[in-house]
Design a protein around this ligand. Sequence first.
Ligand SMILES: C[S@@+](CC[C@H](N)C(=O)[O-])C[C@H]1O[C@@H](n2cnc3c(N)ncnc32)[C@H](O)[C@@H]1O
Length: 485
Amino acid sequence: MSEHKRRIEFGDFQTPDGLALAVCRRLAVLGIRPDVVIEPTCGVGAFVRAAAEAFPDARQILGFETNGAYLEILRTKLASTRNPDRIHLEHADFFTTDWRGKLSDIRGSVLVVGNFPWVTNAVQGAIGGSNLPEKSNFLAHRGFDAISGKANFDISEWMLLEVLRWFEGRSGDVAMLVKTAVARKVLAHAQRQGAAVRDAFLIGIDAKKEFGASVDACLLVMRFTTDQSLACHDYTIFSDLEDRVGRRVGHRFGLTVGDLDAFEASAHLVGASPQKWRSGVKHDASAIMEFTRTERGLENGLGELVELEPDYLYPLLKGSDIGSAKAWRGKYVLVTQRRVGEATAGIREAAPLTWAYLECHGAQLDARGSTIYAKNPRFSIFGIGDYAFQPWKIAICALYKRLRFRLVGPIDGRRVMFDDTVYYLSFDTEEEAVATLAMIESEPARGLLSSLIFWDEKRPVKTSILNVLDWTKLDGAACRQPALF
Ligand SMILES: C[S@@+](CC[C@H](N)C(=O)[O-])C[C@H]1O[C@@H](n2cnc3c(N)ncnc32)[C@H](O)[C@@H]1O
């Protein structure tokens, strides 16, 4: 096996010594005083040595690793460590080790610390790797997960879920460097299972600097208790190992709350949005369905000059325009229906040039991937309904990392459309839209929404979040003058 493939299969990113020591020192500051430390995939042992330094009172430090050569390197390094007799190393495969048997021999408080392999089942599948739990049918998740959007299942997640089981009926701590997305899933799992976690922390790590990996990573710390009455599924997020303030995160009313203090100040606004937030037009064919007005005329995304009746053309503001507060850039979108599933054949009569254009690009439009197109009239689009044709709108881009709402009125007397990275409300009158915007932008409303948004996500602004703000529960909040396109 090539060295490259081995590194991928075993998710082999050794933790720098400085980081491992900083982590263990922070654990000590958090009050973690283990009797026994376990590093289940210890590699060349950064955490084994850091634990020896940071936890002088630990009775035993146990390191396990599947790569025998790494254990040899670690043994050499340990020669100069203080009190090496309490350190025991074992050549072991995580997936076949009898952890429960090992743990039953251990008395006192256990800390499981380290950095599990950084690899997903999808990558394992792609390189033909076999470093997977044997009986878990791990790869079989792929078919189902591809549909449910969970195709990339991290092996570290599986390992962490296994570690959680070690703490059933036992107090102690887990501290693992993981992708932040994995940490969140594991915390949610622990809550679902009613695990006796009494406190948890998610401490930001600069994975680019430490591992050369462009991924959002953190140190996940979970503190387990044997007293179920102390179980609490709130946790604190710290921006980095130096941050001592942090912000509390938890679940309330079935919502994940990113800032419990801010949430509690605005919790009275939680309810059902008086109007459902919608997403913009979806057509999956921007080169054909979107146009720019240039000096030459109307141009599609293929660079073709086209002539179309105005009937089905609407000014378009894309997510980037809304997110960055740009003025309209002369873009248009072809809106072939007024509601989902409406027959499109009438376009032939009403606008022959438009129909000819659609037919000319019919092959590409027919080839649009999603099955929803196949089940609907030819040239169908989605994200459309009466609401799309109301003149006044309040819009926000789902992808931008700030809570910026824009008031959008008609352009050149035409209703404005958005792409499907935009969420919006619509109104018949400017007055209604302005009054609603003032309420949505009020301090308490922003506080509530901000407390529910996780800005490190790819699509941080979600309709599931926007739709819980009931602005009618506001009591005369101070309003700002909105910006208008
Ligand atoms: C991301 S590295 C981290 C190593 C070490 N924990 C550290 O923090 O420096 C992952 C380690 O897991 C080891 N590993 C991968 N699969 C394993 C398995 N099935 N059982 C035990 N160790 C494994 C790799 O050899 C590698 O040393």
